[in-house]
Ligand binder design. Structure first.
Ligand code: UGA
Length: 316
């Protein structure tokens, strides 16, 4: 039976991955430090949905607590999703925390893994953040990294420290560059969550810039599937774009959300947000060819599922 460690298990993607692993029959050790970068109640709710499973052991701790020896005991595969995410909040003094969680925390995990018989380590990176603004066609993994936010700098550095451990010690680390993931339990600071909540209350939605920015939105179960596939087939040091395979303008998505709720969105346009990419578009051919990754959930279906989750929460 597989024994997996999931860091960030109460987070958005981490909680879905934990649930999937448990459903597949794995034993899961989960760590989460309940960072207050967004609604902690949402993370507690995520954990409540998985916390009682008999094959799940939870440790409430920051990864910087460095209890790796205990957490990694007998583990066959590591999914590292714990991080301080979010582009907009990474400026100013917050950067120190981004460095601590995203770079130093990751390095301490890699160091600890050296003491084990080289378990596969699947690490969450991110797309718009490491590539910066993308021009032209879809972006492939060979595209030079040009982060435009402090957060992006920490994710790019995190990838590099992983590559260093791959090259020096053959640690089998694989990095997944997610493209703006959405779906049930989406982080409450992210656009779709905020938009749905405002629309549901008849409130005005705030858009940064003109709403013409576009994203290759990726449904959360597709991101989870990529993790499962990567644990089986990736080679050390591989980096994969994990996208939804279609680019949508933010304003079009907002209008689609409005139509799902039968409301006409009221919008306030604000100044551009510093560090915000104008567009992201994933070339996923490497992930498709090597992992068999294929996004399965189309945008409208994914939005319906996210909305249904919010409505179910409201019913309690
Ligand atoms: C998301 C995640 O938040 C990052 O953690 C991740 O690294 C990144 O995707 C990535 O793929 O690299 P972002 O694309 O900014 O970052 O995701 P959202 O927060 O959902 O924002 C999407 C767009 O909506 C952005 O242009 C943002 O400026 C805009 N937005 C967001 C608004 O116009 N209004 C809001 O209230 C929130």
């Amino acid at each position: 039976m597989t024994k997996a460690l999931v860091t960030g298990c109460a987070g958005f993607i981490g909680s879905h991955l934990t649930q999937r692993l448990l459903r597949d029959g794995a034993t899961v050790i989960g760590i989460d430090g309940f960072l207050d970068n967004y609604d902690v109640a949402a993370k507690l709710r995520n954990l409540a949905e998985i916390g009682t499973h008999p094959a799940f052991t939870f440790h409430s701790a920051m990864i910087q607590a460095n209890r790796w020896e205990e957490w990694l005991e007998g583990v066959d595969v590591v999914y590292h999703l714990a991080a301080l995410p979010g582009v907009r909040s990474s400026w100013g003094t917050a950067f120190t925390d981004y460095v601590s969680h995203n770079i130093l925390g990751t390095q301490s995990l890699l160091e600890a893994c050296l003491k084990l018989p080289k378990p596969p380590v699947i690490v969450a990176s991110s797309s718009s953040s490491v590539y910066g603004t993308m021009d032209g066609d879809k972006t492939d993994e060979q595209t030079p990294l040009r982060p435009i936010s402090p957060y992006g700098v920490t994710k790019a550095s995190m990838e590099q420290i992983c590559q260093v451990y791959v090259k020096a010690f053959g640690l089998p680390v694989t990095m997944l560059r997610y493209f703006t993931v959405y779906g049930p339990r989406q982080r409450t600071d992210m656009a779709f969550h905020r938009f749905f909540r405002h629309l549901m209350k008849g409130e005005t939605v705030s858009i940064y810039g003109d709403g013409q920015q576009s994203r290759d939105f990726t449904f959360v179960t597709d991101a989870v599937e990529a993790n499962i596939l990567a644990a089986q087939y990736a080679d050390p040091g591989d980096i994969f774009n994990i996208g939804g395979d279609r680019e949508f303008k933010l304003i079009d998505v907002l209008n689609l959300m409005g139509s799902l709720l039968n409301v006409s969105p009221k919008i306030t346009y604000m100044a551009d947000s510093a560090g915000d990419s104008k567009r992201t578009s994933a070339d996923i051919r490497f992930a498709t060819g090597k992992l068999g990754y294929k996004p399965r959930v189309a945008l409208e279906e994914g939005l319906r599922l996210q909305l249904a989750d919010l409505q179910a929460q409201d019913k309690g």
